[in-house]
Design a protein around this ligand. Structure first.
Ligand code: R2B
Ligand code: URA
Length: 310
């Protein structure tokens, strides 16, 4: 069995693209990426995705469609004549995926479970497509802690609800802990792209990832609330003292699974409100839509710069 293992590992590492840590994948007759409505037998994944370099993810299908149009403008990409931008995963009715040359723009839904299903399938997609060294970005929204609404946050470190820098998942009845690490160099490079002319601040710090938007983020306006306003503020101030500057619902799993796969990644979010002051997201839709573009602008700068260099 040890020689079978060696052969398996050779198969696994012989692809030249990203390392596939699961040796089972190569031994399967076909791999159906169910939630993407794609598969390695039904589709020529190398032909379809072999030129991908950047995978940009965010919560909503609409925002990711807008990002696809925006990045197309920014990098001056022209779709092949006679084709229009379309949602490649539309038949899944789960996630939306757009491809603009070397950029994939994909919605991940809300929360860790929705994100991790997508990440498993996208990491396998990159493997089947033989993509080399892809870079993953999450461009999202969040609640800020002690920061001006509309500010952009580049995550330095993702922590869980207990402030631990791990993503914990139960596998075969046991908790498996994976470090929620992001690429330090990529973070530095992104921060270096901030311009003094940007009419908003771009900050960095720890991001707390929760599994609930209401009680899990110390909100008093959910269907339930069993703590006081004093306890709420004490908690949020404790987060602040520990270096947390924003709260959202995917960062720890995003950091941990990309790190585990050996993929460089970064998280850039815009803060919709200051949680020290409010629970409800009260700014008008038009304002929020304008703010949503801010993380996209920063990530687009990175992609543009990268493509100019190669
Ligand atoms: C930010 O916004 C969503 C909740 O409103 C969630 O997906 C997140 O991380
Ligand atoms: N997303 C979150 O998870 N929390 C907020 O407060 C805002 C957006």
């Amino acid at each position: 069995s040890s020689s079978i293992f060696v052969v398996q590992m050779m198969l696994v590492y012989d692809e030249g693209g990203i390392k596939m840590k699961n040796p089972n994948i190569e031994l399967m007759d076909q791999d159906i990426l169910y939630h993407l409505a794609l598969g390695n037998e039904s589709h020529d994944l190398v032909e379809m995705f072999g030129d991908v370099k950047f995978i940009c993810m965010g919560g909503t299908p609409k925002r990711m469609e807008q990002f696809a149009h925006y990045i197309m403008e920014e990098i001056g990409y022209r779709l092949p004549t006679g084709t229009a931008l379309q949602d490649i995963s539309r038949f899944s009715y789960r996630y939306a995926m757009y491809k603009v040359g070397p950029v994939l723009s994909i919605s991940h839904g809300m929360g860790v479970p929705s994100l991790t299903i997508l990440l498993h399938e996208i990491i396998k997609l990159m493997y089947h497509a033989k993509v080399k060294d892809p870079i993953f970005f999450r461009i999202g929204t969040c609640g800020g802690i002690g920061i001006e609404p509309g500010s952009v946050v580049v995550t330095e470190e993702a922590v869980d609800e207990l402030l631990k820098p791990f993503y914990e998942v139960a596998i075969l009845g046991k908790i498996v802990k994976r470090p929620a690490l992001l690429n330090k160099k990529l973070i530095r490079e992104i921060k270096a792209l901030v311009s003094s002319e940007d009419p908003y601040s771009v900050l960095s710090g720890k991001t707390m990832c929760t599994n609930d938007f209401y009680e899990g983020q110390a909100r008093m306006d959910g269907a339930f609330c069993e703590f006081s306003e004093i306890e709420r503020l004490e908690y949020l101030e404790r987060l602040q003292k520990n270096g947390v500057i924003n709260i959202e619902m995917e960062s720890s799993a995003f950091a941990a699974l990309t790190y585990h796969a050996g993929i460089k990644s970064a998280i850039v979010c815009v803060a919709y409100l200051d949680r020290l002051k409010h629970d409800q997201i009260f700014h008008p839709k038009e304002v929020l839509e304008e703010w949503q573009k801010r993380p996209q602008i920063l990530v687009a700068r990175y992609i543009k710069r990268y493509l100019q260099k190669v």
